[in-house]
Write a protein that binds this ligand. Structure first.
Ligand SMILES: *Cc1c(COP(=O)(O)O)cnc(C)c1O
Length: 471
């Protein structure tokens, strides 16, 4: 009887196709500057229609090279600064091959990848200045890390939450204006309710701790249970940082759990001054959410939740039905298991890409790249200010530069020009800015989390803006 099912009959041919794929992937990365985003063809959906026929590896590789590689999201290009996106590392090609070969399930058990994740957590914990007793887990991104952190925070005030639910208790949380939508989503998802997330005004670009104390007192007087304050290390719109030391003091005085959203800005911890001190005090947080896929440049997806107190971390998530019981020896050993620290049971191997990146380039290269990105944002601001018709929407604090191309126009006309310029430069492949609203108008926005960007890129992009602004 013929062999049935999935089989690779011809390893020599498969090897050749896999190597062809590797070469194409290497070309794509090496030539990233020549391959900007381009609009997808009209028939892209049809091109991807699943045929479910066995066409073999050669056909698959042909089609990936023709229909997949060209239609990327642009974020590997040196002049991509839209939203906050990471640029992806060549080392990801190595780590993703190795990860596929091992196919580790990181939920638990006794195998190497889990020890590597612990090492990556420990390296990150130390960089953030959290104590050795802290714990952490790699997750999809800051959005998921935020849910994990808030759940642990909630358990601190509602010990029976896991069994009884939140009931009629009205928990209230606090965050500075400009906090990322991930905080709102987490509050909604956990059933805390967005009405119970208070937006605290900023003073001098930082959460106003006096206003926070007043809001907490008035909520308490109304019978609510204030439990959480979210500090920002890098707001998404403007790259602002709260005074995390002041916030840690305020949180302690008010009995609140301090969570820091450090999605990208936490990495100023390994930057040079003056950027490093922006995140001073971050290690005093009860929890930190951060991403590797933004300002550590590793491929999507990869974030981390760090919790100061491992007991509290486990209290929120540990649960092991009989079929998952651990053992002293054998494959069911290897405690503690990561499934007890987060939402997922089955988990992919995110540690390997972080580890490979650090092994390949070394921490100092990341420090330089992060510092360099802030310097490029400062350069962009200087280029903007040198243009009489352009103006900054806000001072540049870290790696985010927001500006208008035509300050001489009325707000509505400025909005139209800025939006048009963003689209035109995206479509021409010259540069990717996104837009945001500042001072009642749409502005161009660059968030530089891109290790491929150089001074010449910033100058060329601003020159292109100037050109388009005069049209
Ligand atoms: C991107 C971002 C998030 C959300 O992170 P994901 O990794 O996309 O889930 C949260 N906060 C800030 C400040 C961000 O920039």
């Amino acid at each position: 009887m013929a062999e049935k099912g999935i089989k690779t009959q011809d390893w020599a041919a498969f090897r050749a196709e896999a190597q062809r794929m590797l070469e194409a992937a290497l070309d794509q990365m090496q030539q990233a500057a020549d391959r900007p985003w381009q609009p997808v063809p009209d028939d892209i959906g049809a091109r991807y229609a699943v045929t479910a026929e066995a066409l073999g590896p050669q056909a698959a590789v042909d089609r990936i090279i023709r229909d997949v590689l060209p239609y990327h999201g642009g974020n590997t290009h040196p002049r991509f600064w839209g939203w906050v996106q990471g640029s992806g590392l060549a080392s990801d090609l190595i780590s993703s091959l190795a990860a596929a070969a091992v196919n580790a399930n990181m939920g638990g058990r006794d195998h190497g990848a889990n020890y590597m994740e612990r090492a990556v957590v420990d390296w990150t914990r130390a960089r953030m200045g959290m104590p050795e007793s802290a714990s952490g887990i790699l997750v999809t991104g800051t959005s998921q890390a935020t849910v994990i952190a808030f759940q642990a925070a909630r358990l601190r005030v509602l010990k029976d939450l896991r069994k009884q639910g939140q009931g009629a208790v009205r928990l209230t949380a606090y965050a500075g204006e400009g906090v990322h939508n991930a905080t709102l989503k987490a509050v909604e998802l956990l059933g805390i309710g967005s009405d119970n997330l208070r937006m605290v005004p900023l003073a001098d670009g930082k959460l106003d701790c006096a206003a926070l104390a007043e809001m907490v007192a008035s909520d308490k007087a109304e019978g609510a249970v204030p439990f959480l304050v979210v500090g920002n290390a890098g707001t998404v719109d403007l790259g602002l940082f709260d005074d995390l030391n002041a916030l840690a003091d305020a949180a302690a005085a008010l009995g609140l759990w301090l969570h820091v959203d450090g999605a990208f800005g936490a990495w100023t911890r390994i930057a040079a001054e003056p950027y490093r001190s922006l995140s001073d005090g971050i290690g005093r947080a009860d929890s930190i959410a951060l991403d590797f896929h933004k300002w550590m440049y590793v491929g999507y997806d990869c974030g981390m939740a760090l919790l100061r107190n491992e007991e509290e971390h486990r209290a929120a998530f540990a649960a092991r039905p009989a079929y998952l019981e651990g053992a002293e020896r054998g494959l069911a050993g290897g405690e503690p298991w990561f499934c007890d620290y987060g939402i997922d049971l089955s988990r992919g191997n995110r540690a390997l890409k972080v580890w490979t990146a650090l092994e390949t380039y070394g921490e100092a290269a990341f420090s330089e790249a992060i510092t360099g990105n802030c310097e490029l944002a400062a350069l962009m601001a200087a280029e903007v200010e040198a243009q009489p018709q352009m103006a900054l929407g806000a001072p540049v604090v870290s790696n985010v530069c927001v500006f208008t191309a035509r300050r001489d126009l009325a707000p509505e006309a400025q909005s139209q020009v800025n939006a048009r310029i963003a689209q035109t430069l995206q479509e021409s492949g010259e540069a990717v800015f996104s837009t945001t609203r500042a001072g009642g108008r749409v502005m161009l926005r660059a968030a530089i989390t891109n290790h491929r960007s150089r001074e010449a890129d910033v100058r060329a992009a601003i020159a292109a803006v100037v050109r388009e602004a005069s049209k």
